[in-house]
Design a binder for this molecule. Structure first.
Ligand SMILES: Nc1ncnc2c1ncn2[C@@H]1O[C@H](COP(=O)(O)OP(=O)(O)OP(=O)(O)O)[C@@H](O)[C@H]1O
Ligand SMILES: [Mg+2]
Length: 346
């Protein structure tokens, strides 16, 4: 017999018309009930387009009828009436970044777990795989991407009055750190952060990109929300370290993405272990927490990255290890993670 989870899974095959994302990840499925082979599903759309509603209804009914044991299917689609004020939707002003195929956010609930290191290396790993890549640093208070990517020139302004991002290791880079001098602390409040992030997405000449990676600050604050409200994200990657203290906040990170209907692409466990000079494996923060948590939350586990002095040195010197030594075990880990992300976003 089929379960509610089977029904939900089946509905993941239904894409929102015009989007690469499915109706489940958009949070449109409000109710599922099933009894004696009969399935009832309630979907709540935010758009008033009758064509979109019809298409989603037909497609949902079609996929549910293929489930073994299903005899009867009823899909009800509720939507705001055309012309009448739809309920205020904080995401209705989302726009895709022109020319950018996929936007991926790198996040964690906790500081210092290696988000920026993972973002910089993954950006270079996508480049290594032949993709066109941009890297946007949304950490307004503590931008570290310019240092890690070895990019220090200021963006120029194009004839269309767009910011032209400088390029490091073949990756287009934008960060508040490129616009301000080192000594200036940023003391902005929420609305200015929102405005800056909107401009970083829409007033930067990203041109044609296969992937735009976004390095987020720790936590679930203004930057995260502004990003989610400005563009539809294709997914979020959560970085964690193995110990329980980090995993608690991972759950918060996952809950944040779920709340704004951003699919979780997976969890990366950073600083998994350290290999001592005598070859002994030292698990400084414990081991395996990321994989266990991924299992618990039913999200993919993308891989583990050990502690290597060369990773930290690469970050401080502005040449990520994927660029300096792609054959280093850590370089290979990052390239493998980029490969699996590319495959799951095809
Ligand atoms: N696997 C690793 N091996 C060795 N050093 C690492 C590793 N991952 C990160 N580091 C180092 O740890 C420090 C913190 O990493 P990073 O700045 O990427 O974390 P973050 O999560 O972005 O921090 P913040 O929350 O402040 O933005 C950096 O000096 C970085 O070089
Ligand atoms: Mg960081």
């Amino acid at each position: 017999m089929f379960t509610q989870a089977d029904i939900q899974n089946a509905l993941k095959a239904v894409k929102y018309p015009g989007f690469s994302r499915d109706i489940v990840s958009f949070g449109l499925v409000k109710e599922i009930s099933a009894a004696d082979g009969a399935v009832n599903v309630l979907l709540q759309l935010t758009s008033a387009s009758p064509a979109a509603a019809q298409q989603i209804k037909e497609e949902s009914e079609r996929v549910l009828k293929t489930l073994p044991g299903v005899i009867q299917v009823h899909v009800e689609v509720q939507q705001p009436a055309a012309g009448q004020g739809a309920p205020a939707n904080p995401f209705e002003n989302q726009n895709r970044v022109p020319g950018v195929k996929r936007v991926i956010a790198i996040a964690s609930g906790k500081g210092g777990v290696g988000k920026s290191t993972v973002s910089a290396n993954l950006a270079c790993a996508f480049k290594h795989l032949g993709a066109k890549v941009g890297l946007l640093d949304c950490d307004i208070y503590g931008p570290s991407i310019p240092l890690m990517m070895g990019v220090h020139e200021k963006p120029t302004i194009s004839e269309q009055e767009q910011l032209v991002p400088p390029v490091g290791h073949g990756v287009k880079v934008m960060s508040i750190g490129l616009l301000l001098t080192d000594e200036q602390p940023v003391i902005w409040r929420g609305p200015m952060i929102t405005k800056t992030i909107q401009q970083f997405l829409m007033a930067v000449e990203w041109s044609e990109l296969d992937f735009l990676l976004v390095d987020l600050p720790p936590g679930t604050g203004d930057a995260q929300l502004s990003l989610c409200q400005t563009v539809p994200l294709d997914g979020g990657v959560i970085v964690t370290t193995p110990q329980e203290a980090s995993l608690g906040v991972v759950r918060k990170g996952i809950a944040m993405f779920n709340k704004v209907n951003v699919p979780i692409l997976g969890i990366v466990e950073n600083m998994s272990y350290f290999t001592a000079p005598n070859g002994e494996r030292v698990e400084i923060f414990g081991h395996g927490g990321g994989r266990t948590e991924a299992g618990r939350q039913s999200v993919p586990f993308l891989g583990e990255i050990p502690i290597f002095t060369e990773i930290r040195e690469g970050g401080d010197q502005g040449t990520p290890i994927v660029v300096s030594t792609p054959n280093h075990p850590a370089g290979k880990c990052f390239i493998e993670i980029a490969r699996s992300l590319r495959n799951c976003l095809k």
